[in-house]
Design a protein around this ligand. Structure first.
Ligand SMILES: NC(=O)c1ccc[n+]([C@@H]2O[C@H](COP(=O)([O-])OP(=O)(O)OC[C@H]3O[C@@H](n4cnc5c(N)ncnc54)[C@H](O)[C@@H]3O)[C@@H](O)[C@H]2O)c1
Length: 436
């Protein structure tokens, strides 16, 4: 693989030492830096942690391999970890989500070894993960569990240095729990996704807004008056459903979990099977973390011009090979929009090659919400450095104290004050004898 050593730009971040990396074009670094700074303005919690880290250097001596979407917000997380004393090695967690200007700026201006190129092929994607593993990390920071999987299968020799890890997303947590249940997980991992200050905000409001953003940027369609089918009423699905409804769409929801289906019904959405939804939908969005949610029989039942998109972690939610098989031909009609001519004579439009549409066609979540997710990441790594010896080879929740602190700092940054318990209330909530 062509690895390039780029010399850091102004020397401020790296003292002029060569920083390794494999990025698309170093000429994009200036633009990337401006966008990273813009995002930073909207990440007050991460900024607060960064100033503390710069003083206390709690991550001194640590090497962190991070497999995350290479966006402006991730850049600010990487800067924060570096300010805390860590050496950070970054690769993309999806072949289409990298922002090339950000990758260039990380290498040129922030001294962070970055291996990520938007549109990289499968082999390059995995080579980039290998580059991060070969840096002999003490901590892994994953988004979807690909790095952890490579480490536990093809690169077991590097496991001995690893003390702990973190995982950003629902799908990664599901994979890690399967690894822990099969007793193959070799170190403790904190499930960042499960923090309240992560999934209640990032998944719901972040995915809710940025998924619509990606669909609008790639299609310029009018949501008002259209029929939108949302597969999966989890934290992400309800975020998108609510926003699509707010923009004037008729929203139909499909689910496999009866409780979630009931929630969708009582939130005012029509819940039905995908089979029933197919002939009605103009736009289908999968957000399930599952595979083949849209498949052959569904494509055959869709109307001419139906648009299909995915915002779940992997590109398996839409069975693209099945779509290929039932199509007579395919052509790219707009950036990231592929038209499939189905043998029924109808056309189906697949967005973003079935990959996370919010990151493939737009910029991912707004910095304002990633501020909380990445504050959890930074503080969890700090916690793991101190406490990893007390943990087993299992998946852990973000400590309650960290979750609360993130909420507290976020509220403070928004200049929102909340009440505190009076002594009387505090006592009342801890007694059982006082009734009507
Ligand atoms: N696009 C992004 O930036 C982004 C951000 C966060 C999470 N994610 C990913 O989005 C996916 C969903 O995350 P979440 O936090 O909402 O998870 P979740 O577990 O809260 O929700 C997933 C829902 O999908 C349902 N489901 C599963 N199989 C289904 C099927 N065949 N048909 C219909 N519904 C089905 C489940 O019952 C569940 O309610 C995951 O892959 C996650 O990693 C993406």
């Amino acid at each position: 693989m062509p690895k390039v050593a780029h010399r850091a730009g102004n020397g401020a971040a790296t003292n002029g030492t060569a920083v390794a990396g494999h990025v698309k074009d170093m000429n994009l670094a200036r633009e990337g830096r401006l966008r990273i700074e813009w995002a930073d303005r909207h990440m007050p919690v991460v900024r607060t942690i960064r100033s503390r880290f710069a003083k206390e250097r709690p991550l001194r001596g640590m090497r962190i391999a991070a497999c995350l979407h290479v966006t402006t917000e991730t850049a600010n997380l990487a800067r924060t970890l570096k300010a805390g004393g860590a050496e950070v090695f970054l690769c993309g967690s999806n072949p289409l989500s990298t922002q090339d200007d950000v990758a260039a700026a990380l290498v040129a201006h922030y001294g962070i070894a970055t291996y990520a190129i938007k549109g990289e092929d499968h082999k390059t994607y995995y080579n980039h993960i290998l580059s991060c593993i070969e840096a002999r990390p003490h901590v892994t920071m994953d988004d979807g569990c690909d790095l952890v999987t490579v480490l536990h299968t093809k690169k077991k020799g590097y496991l001995k240095d690893v003390i702990a890890g973190t995982e950003e997303t629902s799908t990664g947590v599901t994979r890690l729990r399967a690894m822990a249940a099969s007793k193959v997980l070799r170190y403790p991992v904190i499930a960042i996704n499960d923090a309240d200050t992560k999934h209640l905000f990032d998944n719901r409001y972040g995915t809710g807004q940025s998924t619509i953003d990606g669909i609008l940027r790639s299609t310029n369609m009018l949501i008002a008056g259209s029929t939108v089918v949302i597969a999966g009423y989890g934290w992400c699905g309800r975020g998108v459903a609510t926003r699509a409804k707010g923009m004037g769409a008729t929203v139909l929801v499909t689910e496999i979990n009866p409780v979630r289906a009931l929630e969708a019904a009582m939130d005012g959405f029509q819940v039905l099977s995908m089979e029933e939804a197919c002939p009605r939908g103009d736009l289908f969005i999968t957000l399930t973390g599952n595979k083949s949610v849209l498949r052959r029989e569904h494509f055959l039942a869709m109307k001419d011009g139906a648009i299909v998109a995915n915002s779940g972690h992997f590109n398996v939610e839409i069975d693209i090979p099945a779509l290929e098989r039932i199509s007579g031909g395919k052509r790219r009609v707009r950036e990231l929009v592929d038209e499939y001519r189905v043998k029924t004579g109808r056309r189906i439009y697949l967005l973003g090659e079935g990959r996370l549409i919010n990151l493939a066609a737009a910029e991912g979540h707004p910095a304002m919400v990633m501020d909380m997710s990445f504050a959890n990441q930074a503080m969890s790594v700090e916690f793991l450095k101190k406490k990893h010896k007390t943990l087993k080879r299992d998946v852990y929740k973000v400590p309650e104290a960290i979750d609360r602190e993130v909420a507290r700092l976020k509220l403070r940054s928004m200049e929102i004050d909340i009440d505190t318990l009076t002594q009387e209330q505090d006592k009342y909530l801890r007694t059982w004898s006082e009734g009507t």
